[in-house]
Design a binder for this molecule. Structure first.
Ligand code: ZN
Length: 318
């Protein structure tokens, strides 16, 4: 297979499952992660090391990682989300290749989410880096939440975003993903913020984590691509979404993103048919959670024999 032109980071096992009230059994989580790897996805966010009382879905993280660590032999990078030093220690002990540290650039959202100010989160990040920077082979990505909008503070000034990118980059972090946590982003804004970041911090590899809550996920992804971004988070089936916003869809769906890029001739290294099979598997696990991805509902474009019922009625004129 040709080398991929971009990197898609599958976050479904984390972002997709974290809001589900029903616990997904450990063997189903590991089965899902294995199937995602078999699709050709080379980086998978397997869950989060956070307080299990806050998010009980991830109380089995150690067992999940034990069940999928053999994928590392095939070159699959296994990550987990961590908000602090304790989470990082637990993740490293469980054998991850990479830490996905996160905090919100909005003070209110960070206080609400992890009970820390952004400055306190940066202090925690420094602790994590101090403890693990000599740990050979361990990579650290920092995910900045609410970059494209905060439910408490609205749209943030670009200067605020750049301030936190700078504080993060100054600590030596070389991979930063900008997250549209609540799906407020729109293409011209995405372009402006990304251009500002890329110009100011050429040493950093930037990615985007987009939600399709208001239908602009793929438009934002395309704009990010055109601006020069080559790292994209996505979730199988478009799973996710805030439980307090009925009907809200979740992350940009992996299959929709792969379809977008493949149709443009961009190599993703990912087998679209296998992703759709994996989405069907996921729907089987979660029969009460309708998957929102367009490709899952409509399937890829395919021709049908002329004049058949399947081809549509002849009086469909528009
Ligand atoms: Zn998200």
């Amino acid at each position: 297979m040709n080398p991929a032109d971009l990197r898609i980071v599958e976050v479904g096992p984390r972002d997709g499952l974290q809001n589900l009230s029903a616990f997904v059994a450990t063997d189903r989580k590991t089965d899902l992660i294995r199937r995602l790897a078999a699709c050709g996805i080379r980086e998978i966010q397997t869950g989060a090391f956070v307080n299990p009382r806050a998010i009980p879905q991830f109380r089995d993280m150690k067992d999940v990682l034990a069940g999928v660590r053999s994928l590392q032999n095939d070159g699959v990078v296994l990550t987990t989300l961590v908000p602090n030093l304790q989470g990082a220690r637990d993740a490293v002990a469980a054998g991850v290749d990479k830490l996905d540290f996160f905090f919100s650039v909005s003070r209110s959202h960070n206080l609400n989410n992890v009970r820390q100010t952004p400055q306190e989160s940066i202090a925690a990040l420094r602790q994590v880096l101090d403890e693990f920077k000599s740990n050979r082979g361990l990579a650290i990505r920092v995910n900045l939440a609410t970059v494209f909008g905060c439910p408490f503070e609205g749209y943030l000034e670009t200067a605020v975003i750049l301030k936190y990118v700078e504080k993060t980059a100054r600590l030596g972090v070389r991979e930063i993903t900008l997250c549209d946590t609540v799906g407020w982003g729109y293409p011209s804004q995405v372009e402006a913020i990304l251009k500002g970041c890329l110009a100011a911090f050429p040493e950093v590899v930037f990615g985007v984590h987009l939600h399709n809550t208001r239908g602009l996920g793929l438009a934002n992804a395309l704009k990010a691509w055109e601006t020069g971004i080559r790292v994209f988070d996505s979730a199988i089936g478009g799973l996710g979404g805030c439980p307090f916003a009925p009907g809200a869809s979740g992350n940009v769906a992996t299959e929709d993103l792969v379809f977008l890029f493949q149709s443009m001739g961009v190599s993703t290294g990912i087998d679209l048919d296998m992703v759709l099979d994996t989405a069907s598997f996921l729907q089987g696990i979660l029969p009460d959670t309708p998957l929102t991805s367009s490709l899952f509902r409509a399937g890829p474009p395919r021709k049908v024999p002329f004049g058949t019922e399947e081809g549509g009625k002849s009086d469909c004129v528009s």
